[in-house]
Each structure stands twice: as C-alpha cells, then as structure tokens.
Ligand binder design. Sequence first.
Ligand code: PLP
Length: 387
Amino acid sequence: MIAQRMERLGTETAFDVLAKAKALEKQGKKIIHLEIGEPDFDTPTNIKTAATKALNEGYTHYVPAAGIPELRKAIADSVSRTRGIEVDPDSVVVTPGGKPIIFYTILACINEGDEVIYPNPGFPIYESVINFVGANAVPVPIKEENNFEMDPEDFKEKLTKKTKLVILNSPQNPTGGVTSRKDLKLIADAVADRKDLLVLSDEIYSEIIFEGAHHSIATFPGMQEKTIILDGFSKTYAMTGWRLGYGVIPQGMCARFAQLMINSNSCTSAFTQVAGIEALTGPQDQVKTNIAEFKRRREVIVSGLNSIKGITCKKPKGTFYVFPNITKTGFDCRTLSDRLLKEAGVAVLPGTAFGKYGEGYIRLSFANSVENINYAINAIAEFIERN
Ligand code: PLP
C-alpha cells in the first residue's frame, strides 16, 4: 500500500539508465558510461586517511544533528572566503549529500499551492519534490541561444505574488551554463523587496568552472537573509559515495532544518564529517589537477561531438556535462539515448530527463577518460552514419 502523494514524486533518470547499462554489461556488452554525474577520480588520499583515522579514534557514534561544530566552522570559513560574505557557523546544516537540502528547503518552506520557480532543463529533483508537496512547479526555460543561462526577463515573466521559492543553479546541470554576475543582479533586484520569498541557490558545481567565475546571489545586498546556499563535497572532492553536503540557511530557519535531520537521518555520518574538515582545510592541489583534467576532456568531447553530422555542441563554462543539440539527427532525444545505449554501447541521458524543455538535446558526462570519450564519439558517429 503506497500513499497517494508518492504518485507525484519523480526520480533521477540517471540511476535508471545506469541500471539498464549494467544489465547490458552483465550480458557481456561493452558500455561507455557517460550518463552518471560523478567524478571518475578517486577521493584525494589525505581525505581518506582522515576518515580512517577518525574511525580508529572512535567517530562511530551519533553526533549533533546539524553537524559537528568543527566542520560547521570550516564550512562557514570556506563559504565566507569563496563567496565574499560573512557566514556564521550556526547557520550551517551538514547533511548526507547536498540533495537533502533541496528536499528540506521545499518541505520546510513551501505550502500546497505555492509557486516555485525552477530551471528547466534542470536537476530533476527540483521538479519532483515541488510536485511531491503539492506546490506549483513554474519552469523557466534554459535556452541554448542564451548560452544556457537563465534569462532574467524570462524569470521576471514567471514571478508572481504566489512565488515563494526561486531555485537557481549555476554552474548548471545539465547544460554547463554559468550565470553571469550581471544577470544574477537582475534576478536579485527583481526579488529584493519580497519578504515572503526565498532563494535556493544550488552551488554544488561552484568549483568546477573553466571560464569566468562563480557568483552567488547571496552576495547582493539583502539577499543573504533570504538565500539558502546548497553546496557539498560530492563533486569538488570526488566524494559522491561518502554522502556529505550542506546548506547555509538564513537566520532563524536553521533549527527547522536540523529538526528535519533529526526526523530523517539523526545526523550525518561522524567520521565522514571529520574527513570533510580535512577536505576543506587540507591541500587543494588534487582539486586543481582534477579541474584541469576536466578542462582537457571538455575540449575532446566538444570537438568530437561537433564533428558528428547533425550534432552541435556548445562549450560548457562549468560542470562536467555537455548538452549537445541533436535536433538535426532526426531523432527525438529519448529514442536517440535508448538506441545509443543498445546499438552503440554508449550510455547518455535524454534532455527530457531534466524537464520538458530538454527535448532536442542529450546530456553526456565527460567524467570519463579521454580514451573512453574518444571511443564513445566514434561509436556515436558510426551509429548516426548507419541510421
Ligand atoms: N544539485 C545538483 C545540480 C546536482 O547535479 C547534484 C548531483 O548530481 C546534487 C545537487 C546533489 O549532490 P549530492 O550527491 O551531494 O547529494
């Protein structure tokens, strides 16, 4: 027996495609995985050593629901430094990955019938959880002709008195778009005098940026008080499986998020949190090396895709995803993704896995070796030639 509300809950197609790809591998097929959104690098050694040491030192018990104070302080210092704002450690809530911050923000702050603005195509969990709580999901199209940045004019068109939450994501999954400071300011100006509205700024890819700089909407006057910053360790430190992320929550709301933690997880794993301190305060050279490697692979995948008849691909400014336009191949994105998996052995995601405005595109992750990327490009090119 399943509750009715579960019918409104969506999913992340990446996990479904991964399962299908694994099933094909079991049958002996070679599959290149360009579907899942995680760095292929191993977690830096200093972080793993810190975790093992913490386990041996007894970090095997419950810890405070909002996170251990030393990690909350390290996060507050890091966010203060990287965003140029002043973050109080008491406004930090540590969670098992960045994802729970999306769930908690919507659960804690949004009532049935409220409107929530979100990017489309965008991370599918936004739309899923908005629908789950019975709110109205109001998509802002993220357009290729606007370099995959949210157009402030499109945004303003969707803003109404009923808007209670605005979700922003830059660098953006699935397009790799990065919102400029100028556009962020226009968005901030549009909501500046709204006391009844919050912004969830998903900055999980803030460090994975190749051109320009990352800007947070929280830096504009009056915005920190109404912005929840989501960030974490999954992408920057190649720690997806550790489950470690956080939210920086406006004053007075933090206790509610901790309460949701108590009701769902009790706390984030203790030894993982100790490793998180090492990640933030230890050497950062591995992060820099990984980003340089992503940049190299970006060149390979973008030029490879652009050499295929019917496919055009913009260079993403951040993340490790490309979102090529496939309309001229004659396939819709779901058919192309299904057939690429079965007939070319390349696992990719259809653009519509990220919302209806994703039609005409597929998402490929370049968190894979140059060798595998080249293999996949050849396999896709051959498939297109054949069909
Ligand atoms: N936000 C975006 C835009 C993402 O792409 C992801 C992961 O793919 C997350 C949040 C969640 O990350 P985590 O693994 O830390 O929960």
